[in-house]
Each structure stands twice: as C-alpha cells, then as structure tokens.
Design a binder for this molecule. Structure first.
Ligand SMILES: Cc1cc2nc3c(=O)[nH]c(=O)nc-3n(C[C@H](O)[C@H](O)[C@H](O)COP(=O)(O)OP(=O)(O)OC[C@H]3O[C@@H](n4cnc5c(N)ncnc54)[C@H](O)[C@@H]3O)c2cc1C
Length: 503
C-alpha cells in the first residue's frame, strides 16, 4: 500500500543531516515519511568537535545515554573555552560555562565584584567561576555539590569526534525508520510554482518530497543553487575566511576545556579527545599566506601531527532566508560563523527545534515561514555580535588585529558595549543564546572597563562585601579540590572502546 504520510527529504548526511534525521525520527517518525540522501563520494566537513552545554538537551531528547555517547565518540567533557592572547600576548581568560559568583537579590554579581575591585578586595573574575577553577585544575564532576549545599551547578558540554557522532546518529535514525539513499544529487527539480518537487539522483532515481531540508553543507544545493536565496556576507566583521585542520597525538593531562589561541592573523583551536587532539588554524587570507598559516599551525601543536593538514574555505554570513519556499537550510548551507564559541552544532539543534515548533501541515503558511526566519536571523545576529566582541576589543599590534580594532561595529553590539561601559550592565534579550555571564567574562577578559556599577551594590557594608568575596572564592576552590581528575572521571565512566579510534 502506498505511504500516505507527508514526505520530508533530508539532503546531505553530515553532522547536520544526521542530527535532523535522528531528531525527526524521534518526533515525526509515525506521522511523516523521512528520507535522507548522502554521497560517500563527496564526504563531510567533519571538523565540528566542540559543543556548548545545550547539546545535552539534544542527547536527552533522543534518549541517549551520556556515557555511551562519549564512549562511542572518543569524547571528553568541556567546562569552557580558554582564550589565550586575545586581549594581548601573554594574557589569558576563560569563557567558562555556568555562573560567576552569586547574585544578591536583584543585583547581578558583577556589580558587587566591580565595587569590591574598586575597594581592592576582589580577585580577578576567574576566582569566582566554579567551572573555570575546576577546568584549570583539570577536574570534572557532575551530579550536584560535593562539599556544601551553596555550590552552584557546573554546566558542561562535550568534545567529540564529529564523524563518530554522525555515525551514532545514523544508527539511531535508521533504527527508527529513516530511509537512507546513497547517491549523488545531480539536479533539483522545481514544480511549476517554483517549489522543490524532487531531487534527481544518479542512476536516474528521483526522490520526491513535500518538505526539503538542505544539509548539503557549503554547496547549499537546494537553498542556493536551486532557489537562489542569496547570502548576507558578514566578512567585513568576521574577516577570517580559511581554516586548516590537523589532528595530533593525545597529550597529558586530558584538559576539560577548549583552547583558542590568538595568532598573527587569526587563531588556533585545540580540542582534547580521548585518543587524539583536534587542532586547526582559522585565518584571514588577506593577512597571511596559506603556507605560512600551515607552518604556524604545525609549529604550535602540543603533540605530533597524525594526519595531513586539511584546508577549508568559507565566507562568514548567513543565507538571506533560512526557510525559502519548501526548503529549510540547516548546518553549513544556512550560513557560517567561525567556530570561536563552538556554536555551529548548536545552531543546527536550535533550527531543528524551531522547525518542529513551526512544522507545516501539507500547505506551508507564510506566517510560519516568516516567524522561523525572524527567529533564525535574531539568533544568528546575536551570536555574530558575541564573536565580533572577541576581535573588536583587542590590544594586539599585528595589522590584522589593528584592522579588527578599528572596524565599524553592528549597532546592536555598540549598544551592548555602551551599556556595559557606563554601569557594568548586560541585558540579555529573550531568544539570545549567550547569557549575561558569558558576555561578562568576554567583556572583562578583553579588557572592557565599566565606569560605574549598580548603585544598590553600595547597600552592603564594606567589610561584609569583602567577606562575601572571600567566602565564595574559598567555597569554590574547596569544591574543585574535592572533584576527581578529568581523566580519572573519563576512565571510570566513559572510556572509549572503539579500537579503530585507539589505533
Ligand atoms: C574550520 C571549521 C571548524 C569547525 N569547528 C566546529 C566546532 O568546534 N563546533 C561546532 O559546533 N561546529 C564547528 N564547525 C561547524 C561544523 O563542522 C558544521 O556545522 C557541521 O559539521 C555540519 O556540517 P554540515 O552537515 O552542514 O555539512 P557537511 O559536513 O559538509 O555535510 C554535507 C553533506 O551533504 C552531502 N552532499 C553534498 N553535496 C551532495 C550531492 N551533490 N549529492 C549528495 N550528497 C551531497 C555530503 O555527502 C555530506 O553528507 C566547524 C566548521 C569549520 C569549517
């Protein structure tokens, strides 16, 4: 009997394609027919290895076990991102997940900290961030406080091997009924109204559908090549346009954080996995030649390279419409923001949940589509601003960094900077991804200095404030000391058992 269910076709089987397939299988498996097309010949980007804590919601929505996921993907835990040399050479700070200090009543912690710093009784911000204290000691813990009830949660994310993650999602999706079609998409057929009707595959096969998810990566076969949606170029704000990626041997100790180190014309990432380290250099081709970039990367590895260096090219920006006609772009086909804050996989995840919320019946409503695009644009623009912040406030001497320091900023970012500069205020709008404390750590880390602070921070007596600061610092340091070492934690709960990876 013919399948009467609406058909959703997922074009592409990289991280995006298989994340969509797995999530849709979980939530739409009975109401929709789900078909995925990918080509082994073309392959995937596969370098997305660092995530943010929201990934745990995705794993939970699929009902996946955390330890099993880390075992299967060579994974480690991630407590934050360390930025080395971004303000100036020799300087470091961390954007650690989780809180900083503790708010008092209505007033955010940073106001008390700013006052205490003026009084000379505050340490640097990192002494009050549990995630950072634990990360720098190489510790990991989950499941609530160890030493005192007043200890906050320690949110964490994962580092994992992206191809093993995609493999795991594929097994999940296929087991739930997603039909995988191996083959090259040779053409995209439009109907007379201009919507996509079918994908033409090699071997004269046709894959028809009602809704199409474009996960074909930078090629953007449906959203751009077929529908010519257009691209909003943001390279005047985020000018890096190339990357080189190379894995190296594992180094000790196994650090529970990503490191991003500023270099003369870009920055280098370091992602510790159980059996290897993922590395790459993101750079601006107007300021450094490819061979010099390759030398910089290889000269700054912590371990020996274990594969050839892989070049990648990109333009930062976003598709003018994330949802155009009956095509929704997810993953690299929807746009690209450099991996400085590990946001790409998260943007796939949030696109999936947005589409599930606004899922069309057989006929697509314009209002649904507009709302999807509004939310997508808002999210991308705010992430973009957060990334620009890391570049804009630098004090480095190289021409690339000088150019970043003097560029005109988006109005939305200028507003945030002015608000913080006046009285240390940070306002997070409704659907914004990064929290106030995320902004705080990067603003202070990059050297922003507010002139004042909230007047209510003066309400507390000076001695009490100093004591408050000391207590938080001591409590968090004691808590981190009580945690197990990250590598022992991994060995106990989620040691990778994939011999192919270990080899
Ligand atoms: C340098 C760099 C570093 C990154 N680091 C991170 C990070 O740390 N964290 C993070 O969250 N993200 C990171 N990302 C982003 C992350 O890699 C991507 O978001 C993620 O891999 C999703 O890619 P994709 O699935 O959209 O595209 P791809 O991996 O390119 O997959 C495209 C798919 O489409 C298929 N396809 C294409 N054309 C055809 C055709 N004609 N016929 C059939 N199939 C076709 C391919 O076979 C493939 O399956 C990084 C990206 C780059 C460039």
């Amino acid at each position: 009997m013919q399948d009467q269910r609406p058909t959703i076709v997922i074009a592409g089987g990289g991280t995006a394609g298989w994340m969509v397939a797995a999530a849709f299988a979980r939530f739409l498996g009975t109401t929709h027919r789900l078909r995925l097309v990918e080509s082994d010949e073309i392959g995937t980007i596969g370098v997305g290895e660092a995530t943010i804590p929201q990934i745990r919601l995705f794993k939970e929505a699929l009902g996946m076990d955390e330890d099993a996921l880390l075992k299967a993907t060579d994974g480690t835990f991630k407590l934050g991102i360390e930025f080395v040399g971004w303000r100036e050479p020799g300087h470091r700070y961390m954007h650690a997940f989780g809180g900083v200090g503790r708010d008092v009543g209505l007033i955010a912690f940073q106001h008390y900290w700013l006052r205490a710093r003026k009084m000379g009784v505050a340490r640097s911000l990192d002494a009050y961030a549990l995630n950072e204290i634990a990360a720098l000691k190489g510790k990991m813990h989950r499941g609530g406080p160890l030493t005192a009830r007043a200890i906050p949660d320690m949110p964490y994310a994962y580092h994992f091997d992206a191809s093993l993650f995609a493999r795991m999602l594929r097994a999940f999706a296929e087991a739930q009924g997603v039909e995988r079609n191996e083959g090259r998409i040779l053409g995209v057929e439009l109907d007379e109204g201009g919507d996509v009707a079918a994908l033409a595959l090699d071997g004269e096969r046709r894959i028809e559908g009602d809704l199409f998810i474009d996960c074909t990566g930078f090629r953007a076969l449906l959203i751009e090549q077929a529908l010519q949606t257009g691209f909003e170029d943001w390279s005047h704000w985020l000018p890096c346009d190339r990357a080189l990626a190379v894995p190296s041997s594992r180094t000790e100790p196994l650090l529970p954080y990503t490191r991003a180190t500023a270099r003369a014309a870009g920055w280098q990432w370091r992602i510790p996995l159980q059996h290897r380290t993922g590395n790459g250099l993101v750079y601006c081709s107007a300021h450094i030649a490819d061979d010099e970039a390759a030398q910089t990367l290889v000269a700054n590895l912590d371990g020996a390279p274990i594969a050839d260096t892989r070049p990648l090219r990109f333009t930062t920006g976003k598709r003018r419409l994330g949802w155009n006609r009956n095509v929704i772009a997810m993953g690299l086909s929807s746009g690209f923001l450099e991996p400085l804050e590990s946001t790409s996989i998260h943007l796939i995840q949030s696109a999936i949940s947005r589409l599930l919320q606004l899922l069309p019946a057989r006929a697509i409503s314009d209002a649904d589509r507009r709302e999807y695009n509004r939310q997508t644009d808002f999210e991308m623009e705010r992430v973009r601003d957060f990334l620009i912040l890391h570049y804009a406030l630098n004090r480095r001497a190289e021409p690339f960094w000088q150019a970043c320091r003097t560029m005109a900023l988006p109005d939305t970012l200028t507003h945030k900077l002015e608000l913080f500069a006046a009285n240390g205020r940070i306002v997070r709008e409704h659907e914004e991804l990064f929290t106030e404390v995320g902004w705080l750590q990067v603003l202070i880390g990059q050297g922003a200095e507010p002139q004042g602070y909230h007047p209510l921070a003066d309400a507390i007596e000076a001695g009490e404030l100093a004591e408050y600061m000391r207590t938080i610092e001591a409590l968090y340091a004691r808590e981190a000391d009580a945690m197990p070492r990250h590598e022992d934690f991994i060995a106990r709960f989620c040691a990778a058992q994939n011999p192919a990876v270990a080899a």
